[in-house]
Design a protein around this ligand. Structure first.
Ligand SMILES: [Zn+2]
Length: 414
């Protein structure tokens, strides 16, 4: 089973997980949190859950219990490994919490509002989806990131973007597990459709073909007018489109035929097109030009002294994250070109088409100089040259930007 789940996990999701693992050292922090949790068993989450939500277990029996047991069993979990709960919440939602302590169960919570409005097969899809999150350890990453940065707004911009993209990819991987659990594409798509409105079937008269048509239409509109939305879930048409593509893939066919599973390059390339819509990329000429200018000018400032300082590089990738979700790859690519010529071309375009942005861009570049708590003459020279000769900001204003920035950010020995 593990092989199957690895084969269907969205490739990029795993790559981002590795990035989080390495940059946070998730394992160490998680082990410490687990250790403290074992020390104070009173805080054990199921105690709270059992008191405030209804456990779906053998004693209560019923259809929902049967479905939970069947699906978790089908997906390779024993009865004791996952505890299911219904919470008295009218919102059309469900969630899961991964447990990394071996003798403590994972938790899946299904809201009353959802159970009341889905059919039995749709519930199978939803439970499968939640178990998918457990299989891929998704809430474990969230737990650590929220521990280190309890307030989302304090996450550095680059991590915000990556976390957003990662969360959306997780939903797509979990949807695939949901599809395996219910075994029926129409059921899965209908479940996703209900998610967008929370409404019961009786309000619509939607055939499967119509649902696909609506999702296709909305998807193409999104494709023609892309915009970046910071949210934990991808827009439903993207989820539906991703699931439809998956169901048409050779991989899905091989799963059905129980053949050995190998990488499906065609599916991956189709997914790249679809997933483009959940990533942050420059959407228009202005964003593209600003990205090119900030990246090339930023790299020139970084290399103004001999060794590139981590603090300065990290500042630059955080600035670039407003335009693109993974700036390091963009910088690496750019570094191979003639930086000065690239920067000059971009600055010229800014002067011609977006002159109102020049001062703000210079202000955003300035912190690179002082991030390492040192001002070197060569950095000042590069910054002044770019600002006055390329962005054509009068020297007097550049001096203001400089002095203002020093007051605010420069902390020698700080
Ligand atoms: Zn989910």
């Amino acid at each position: 089973m593990k092989r199957l789940f690895t084969a269907i996990q969205v490739k990029e999701e795993n790559a981002l997980l590795k990035f989080f693992e390495e940059s946070f050292n998730l394992t160490i922090i998680n082990n410490l949190i687990d250790f403290k949790e074992r020390e104070s068993p009173d805080n054990y989450l199921p105690f709270f859950m059992r008191g405030y939500s209804l456990p779906i277990n053998r004693t209560f029996g019923g259809k929902v219990h049967q479905i939970c047991c069947r699906i978790s069993n089908d997906l390779g979990f024993s009865e004791k490994e996952i505890e299911f709960y219904v919470s008295n919440d009218s919102e059309f939602n469900s969630s899961s919490i991964f447990s990394s302590i071996p003798d403590k169960p994972h938790i899946v919570v299904i809201n009353r509002g959802l159970i009341e409005r889905v059919s039995t097969p749709e519930l199978e899809f939803i439970i499968g989806h939640e178990i998918g999150h457990l299989i891929y350890h998704h809430s474990y990453v969230t737990r650590i990131i929220q521990y280190v940065y309890p307030t989302y707004e304090n996450l550095p911009p680059i991590l915000q973007k990556l976390y957003d993209v990662w969360s959306k990819l997780c939903e797509i991987s979990a949807d695939r597990v949901g599809l395996i659990a219910c075994g029926n594409l129409e059921v899965a798509v209908r479940g996703l459709f209900k998610l967008s409105s929370g409404l019961d079937d009786k309000y619509f008269n939607l055939s499967f073909d119509n649902m696909v048509k609506i999702a296709d239409q909305t998807y193409s509109e999104m494709h023609d007018h892309p915009s970046y939305v910071s949210a934990s879930h991808p827009a439903n048409p993207i989820r539906i489109k991703a699931l439809l593509e998956f169901s048409k893939s050779r991989l899905w066919k091989h799963i059905g035929e129980k053949k050995s599973l190998v990488a499906d390059k065609a599916l991956e390339s189709r997914m790249n097109e679809i997933l483009y819509l959940i990533k942050k990329v420059p959407f228009d000429d202005q964003e593209e030009t600003e990205l090119l200018f900030m990246a090339s000018a930023g790299l020139m400032l970084l290399s103004a002294h001999e060794d590139v300082k981590d603090e300065e590089y990290n500042y630059l990738i955080n600035v670039l994250a407003q335009y693109i979700h993974w700036p390091p790859a963009y910088l690496e690519e750019l570094n191979k070109n003639n930086l000065q010529a690239v920067m000059k071309r971009a600055a010229k375009k800014i002067r011609a088409n977006f002159p109102q942005r020049a001062r703000d861009l210079a202000r955003q570049l300035f912190p690179i100089i002082v991030r390492d708590r040192k001002i070197t003459n060569s950095e000042v020279e590069v910054f002044t040259k770019i600002s006055t000769e390329e962005l054509k900001i009068p020297f007097s204003e550049v001096a203001d930007i400089f002095l203002g920035g020093i007051r605010e950010l420069y902390q020698p020995f700080g």
